[in-house]
Design a protein around this ligand. Structure first.
Ligand code: PMP
Ligand code: GLU
Length: 401
């Protein structure tokens, strides 16, 4: 279609949001679907946060706010970085945006020129690549293998960068969506050194920071040295930690020069985040009624159950995730050995949704063909039943239809 831009013609809808919409549509039609597709907590937003929003409405806190975020929220974010990450920022280093998704594209729009290269370790969350394309920059994928626990190494990054013409940004995501892997301090240190040597900006997506298990610790790469802090933009938000996906608030902290320009861009695109959400987020960050920890513990139980259930299925393997709420089993044996001509993870997910009413996301959406992603933001009962259906679905592939 001639009227559409090249940019628009290249876009595909977010596969995670698409599968979730399809599962919800089937449920509306009365079909019992187990939805492991979407990455959003199934808990309600904690009461103390909701009360704060109600109060904001009653106080008529309903007007435009400063584009970069209300001063009280910026201060709460500064306190959060000090408390959780040992990072010191000023108000000029903070920008509040409508979701971490918006924070990420704001950074990319601010730093990328056409043909700049953005290194994305894979498996990777679905939107990074599309966002890079939207900025007319070039995604450069770097595979983190299952044998290395889905983590890239500094040596791999260094070798990759040598092949590039304009390496500009590395996107890091720990804890990771879709693998649940968490980078250690030492791993981050050596990756950071490669970025500094090559003058690359680190875009560190830390949205799953609060969901981390088995005593693993979240380390922000920006906290490892002053130099790294000056070369990193940290992105975080409230969607996952506080079960606030629909409220739409994310934030970034980074060098003033980048944040200032990102704020100017935002002033022309979305103006500001919903004023009520901003007030509620001051409360979310400053207070704590124990809900975040309760949700984390529940996710941890589900992860244990899900991991042992999936690993109990013949020819299915998964690495135990250390964080987030995803698990990504290797199902390649069934793609190679089935009797139904199913050769891709996408076809497998389509088959499982149609015939076994299981909503999963194909590994290919994360550049991890041969895998499927489960989000275990679902009840233990559903997880139990879902694993059974998954097993039945896979075994059915071995019989001719
Ligand atoms: N980063 C990652 C890795 C995610 O999984 C998500 C989930 N949507 C986001 C960023 C964006 O989160 P939100 O826009 O809801 O803050
Ligand atoms: N990040 C979540 C997921 O991966 C939510 C959907 C999205 O924004 O992509 O499923």
């Amino acid at each position: 279609m001639k009227r559409l831009s090249h940019r628009a013609r290249c876009m595909q809808p977010s596969p995670t949001l698409k599968v979730s919409a399809l599962a919800k549509k089937m449920m509306k039609e009365g079909i019992e679907v187990i939805n492991f597709g979407v990455g959003e907590p199934d808990f309600n937003t904690p009461e103390y946060i909701k009360q704060s929003a109600k109060q904001a409405i009653d106080n008529n806190y309903t007007r435009y706010t400063p584009s970069a975020g209300i001063p009280e929220l910026k201060q709460a974010i500064i306190r959060k970085f000090q408390r959780d990450n040992g990072l010191n920022y000023e108000a000029e280093n903070i920008l509040v945006s409508p979701g971490a998704k918006a924070s990420l594209i704001n950074v990319l729009m601010t730093v990328c020129d056409p043909r700049d290269e953005v290194v994305i370790p894979t498996p990777s969350w679905v939107s990074y690549e599309s966002q890079v394309w939207l900025c007319d920059a070039h995604p450069e994928l770097l595979e983190a293998t299952m044998s290395n626990n889905f983590k890239i190494t500094a040596a791999q990054l260094s070798a990759k960068v040598k092949t590039l013409s304009n390496p500009k940004v590395l996107i890091l995501n720990s804890p990771n969506n879709p693998t649940g892997m968490v980078y250690s301090r030492e791993e981050l240190q050596s990756i950071g050194e490669v970025c500094l040597e090559n003058d690359m900006i680190i875009l560190s997506d830390e949205i799953y920071e609060k969901l981390i298990y088995d005593g693993n610790q979240h380390i922000s790469i920006a906290s490892l040295s002053r130099e790294l802090q000056d070369n990193t933009v940290v992105v975080n938000g409230v969607s996952k930690a506080y079960a606030m996906t629909g409220w739409r608030l994310g934030y970034m902290a980074g060098p003033e020069a980048i944040v200032k320009k990102a704020s100017e861009i935002q002033s022309h695109t979305t103006s500001c985040v919903n004023s009520i959400t901003q007030r509620a987020c001051v409360t979310a960050l400053d207070e704590d009624d124990g809900s975040v920890e309760k949700m984390r513990q529940e996710f941890s139980r589900r992860r244990d159950f899900m991991c042992s259930g999936l690993n109990g299925i013949a020819h299915v393997n998964c690495v135990k995730p250390q964080g987030a709420f995803y698990i990504m089993p290797d199902v390649s044996w069934y793609l190679e050995n089935n009797q139904r001509g199913i050769t891709s993870s996408e076809e497998l997910c389509q088959y499982l949704l149609t015939n076994y009413h299981l909503a999963l996301v194909a590994g290919s959406a994360f550049r991890a063909e041969g895998f499927v992603r489960f989000s275990y933001a679902n009840s233990l009962d559903n997880i139990r039943k879902g694993i059974e259906w998954f097993d039945q679905g896979l075994q059915s592939l071995l019989k001719k239809s």
